[in-house]
Design a protein. Sequence first.
Length: 136
Amino acid sequence: MPIIDQRHMCGASVHATVGDVEVFWDAYLAERGLQPFEAGVVLPAYVSDGRWVADCVRCASGVACWPENPRGCCLACGAVYTVVFPPAADIARAERVLDARPAGAANWRPDLGEDVADLKVENLVRAVPLEPAFEL
Ligand SMILES: [Zn+2]
């Protein structure tokens, strides 16, 4: 399963750009009487159940993340965070390994020191391929 990100996790439609995602944040929060505000905190992103997320430090809700967007917004309280990701090359390698796993088993905690080699070992333990089968 490909890893999904904030483009797919913000409302019913898939957003194409960072700008589209941020327009959604504003509209979603406004419908609930909230406004986005800068939290002034940097959050590390991680993969949970096949989704790029971070944890809101104000209300403990999940924050949808996307490696193409260095910002994430908690849609429960409106806090906007700077989000940091592993290097792009690590993300590409990790996502290939995670793609080989069944839905719901794609988890990666680079913020806790888990690296791509750890993910490959976990695939071996789970008896899934190291990477998804190549498709033509
Ligand atoms: Zn929050």
